[in-house]
Design a protein around this ligand. Structure first.
Ligand SMILES: NC(=O)c1ccc[n+]([C@@H]2O[C@H](COP(=O)([O-])OP(=O)(O)OC[C@H]3O[C@@H](n4cnc5c(N)ncnc54)[C@H](OP(=O)(O)O)[C@@H]3O)[C@@H](O)[C@H]2O)c1
Length: 354
C-alpha cells in the first residue's frame, strides 16, 4: 500500500518518507479494515514528528490518528458493513510500539472508535473531525448542560477551538449561552461570522486578559488550547463554581518542551484537579482525548448531520505531500483544519477489486 512513514525525528521533509509498496496492517478480530480516503494533520502529529516533546516512539512508524474511508472488512456481528462510509480516530498516538497509523491506504481500527459519516460530508471534511472534535467535546463536557453559561475558548480559530465554539454554540445557543474566544486579528471575522462566537478577543493587540471581552463578566467554563500564561490568567477570570479544561498545551510561543517541563505540567494539573475535587479550587479537568466514538464523535456527527457543525478546511494536501502539510500545520496558525487526501474514491478503487 501507499504510506508515509516517520523514520526519524526532525524536520518534516527528512523524517517523513513516502513508500509506494508498504506492508499492510493485519486486521484483528475486533477491528474494522478500512480503505482510507483521507486523514488530517493534528497538532499531536507534528509534535511527535518534530521532537517538540520527548514522547517515546518506536520507529519507523506510520503516524496519523484521524481517518475516513470505506469499510472493507468488519468483525462478525458488527454494526458496520462492507462499503459503509465511516470516520474515526484510531488512538494509536500513545501506543509507542504500534507501527500502523492513518497516513496510509489501509487502516485497521477498533469498531468502537468509528462512526458513520453524515450525508453530504466529504471524506476530507470527515477525516478532519475525530481528534479535534472529540477533544473539543470532552473539554466542554464538564460544563454541560451549557445553557445560560459564559464559555471562553482559547485558540478558537484552530482545530480544537473551531469545534469547541461551534459545539458550544450548537448545543446551548438557543438557551442563551455566550461564547468568547481568543484569536489573532485576521481570524476575528472567521470565529464570529462563520463559527458563531459572540466575542472575539484579538490577542495580538493587547494582553487578552485585560480586554473588555475578558473582563466584562466571569466565565463559567474555559477551554484552554494554549496553556502556560493563558492558564494562569484564565483561572482568575472564572466565576464562582466555574470550571476549567486543560488540554496539555505548553503556552504561547513555546517551540519545545523537556521531560521536566511535561512532568511539571502534569503535576500542576494533578494538583489543580485534586484541589478542584475537594472544592478548594475550581473544578479542573486535564483532557486526555478518548477516541471512543460515543464520547463525542457520535454527538458531533449528529450536529453535522443537522448542519450545526461544519468543518472548515484551511488546506487540503495529498498523501505524497504529507511533509508539506506538517510544515504548514507546524507554523501554529491553521484556520480550521488541514486535511490530506489518500484516495478520491476508495469504494471504486478497492471494493470492486476485492
Ligand atoms: N489533550 C488532548 O487530548 C489534546 C488533543 C488535541 C489537541 N491537543 C492540544 O491542543 C492544542 C491545540 O490543538 P489544535 O489542534 O487546535 O491546534 P491548531 O489547529 O494548530 O491551532 C492553531 C490555532 O491556535 C491559534 N493560536 C496560536 N497562538 C495563539 C494565541 N497566543 N492565542 C490564541 N490563539 C492562538 C491560532 O490562531 P491565530 O492564527 O489566530 O493565532 C490557530 O488558529 C495543541 O497544543 C494540541 O497539542 C490536546
Amino acid at each position: 500500500m501507499r504510506a508515509v512513514r516517520m523514520e526519524k525525528r526532525g524536520p518534516a521533509k527528512e523524517a517523513l518518507v513516502f513508500h509506494a509498496n508498504h506492508r499492510l496492517p493485519q486486521r484483528q478480530p475486533n477491528q474494522v479494515l478500512l480503505a482510507a480516503a483521507a486523514t488530517s494533520v493534528a497538532a499531536g502529529d507534528w509534535k511527535m514528528r518534530s521532537g517538540f516533546a520527548p514522547i517515546p516512539l518506536k520507529l519507523p512508524k506510520i503516524l496519523g490518528e484521524d481517518v475516513s474511508g470505506v469499510v472493507l472488512e468488519a468483525p462478525t456481528g458488527s454494526k458496520f458493513k462492507r462499503g459503509d462510509r465511516v470516520f474515526g480516530c484510531t488512538g494509536q498516538v500513545l501506543k509507542s510500539g504500534e507501527p500502523f497509523g492513518t497516513n496510509a491506504e489501509f487502516v485497521a481500527a477498533e469498531e468502537s472508535v468509528l462512526a458513520l459519516i453524515p450525508a453530504g460530508v466529504s471524506f476530507q471534511e470527515a477525516a478532519s473531525v475525530p481528534v479535534s472534535g472529540l477533544t473539543a467535546w470532552q473539554a466542554l463536557a464538564p460544563a454541560m448542560p451549557l445553557a445560560g453559561k459564559r464559555v471562553l475558548v482559547h485558540g478558537g480559530a484552530g482545530g480544537v477551538g473551531s469545534f469547541a465554539i461551534q459545539a458550544g454554540w450548537a448545543i446551548a445557543k438557543a438557551q442563551g449561552a455566550h461564547v468568547t474566544t481568543t484569536c489573532s486579528g485576521r481570524n476575528v471575522e472567521f470565529v464570529t461570522r462563520q463559527l458563531g462566537a459572540d466575542v472575539a478577543i484579538d490577542y495580538t493587540q493587547a494582553p487578552w486578559e485585560a480586554s473588555p471581552g475578558a473582563t466584562a463578566a466571569p466565565f463559567d467554563h474555559i477551554v484552554d488550547t494554549i496553556g502556560g500564561s493563558y492558564e494562569r490568567a484564565s483561572l482568575r477570570l472564572l466565576s464562582k463554581g466555574g470550571s476549567f479544561a486543560n488540554l496539555g498545551a505548553s503556552g504561547p510561543g513555546v517551540d519545545k518542551v523537556s521531560v521536566w517541563g511535561i512532568v511539571g505540567m502534569l503535576l500542576g494539573a494533578m494538583w489543580r484537579s485534586m484541589l478542584g475535587a475537594v472544592r478548594l479550587g475550581p473544578p479542573y479537568k486535564f483532557v486526555m482525548q478518548d477516541c471512543t466514538a460515543s464520547k463525542g464523535l457520535d454527538q458531533i456527527a449528529a450536529l453535522m448531520a443537522e448542519g450545526k457543525v461544519k468543518v472548515h478546511l484551511d488546506k487540503v494536501f495529498t498523501l505524497e505531500e504529507l511533509a508539506a502539510a506538517h510544515e504548514y500545520a507546524e507554523q501554529g496558525h491553521v484556520r480550521g483544519k488541514v486535511a490530506v487526501t489518500i484516495c478520491d474514491d476508495p469504494a471504486a478503487r478497492w471494493l470492486a477489486a476485492s
